[in-house]
Ligand binder design. Sequence first.
Ligand code: IDP
Ligand code: MG
Length: 131
Amino acid sequence: MEKTLVLIKPDAVKRGLIGKILSIYEENGLSICRLYKKHLNKELLAKHYEEHIHRDFYPSLVEFMLEDEVVVVEIQGDKAVSLVREINGATNPSKARPCTIRYIYGESVQRNVVHGSADLEDAKRELSIWF
Ligand code: IDP
Ligand code: MG
């Protein structure tokens, strides 16, 4: 059993998609362990997105992530880390496979609805930031 981190991003929270998104993980055999809603701040985002802080898109990513609350979710299951990435779909919704969350609900490469940890090591690091 693995554990991984999902963030339901502000675009999805604003559009009332929390329940629909959580259902998709559950329908794929994953369990929701813990979750809470939170308005983020720049310090937490810098920790979470430390690999991206020097990227051109980072300031705009931060602005987006502060638009509204996010839902922070710990998800558990067999191969949960890679399964969540598969269910989420490619970063750019226009390149995501049909039936993925980002294909269905994503609006742009930035407003792509969900975050999922990239690998097991990242999942451990991110879960320790948020829980
Ligand atoms: P991931 O969320 O699929 O792991 P990352 O490359 O780690 O993708 O990027 C983190 C987040 O930053 C993305 O989910 C997206 O919201 C945003 N992002 C990534 N690349 C771009 C870009 O080129 N323009 C605007 N936002 C981006
Ligand atoms: Mg990433």
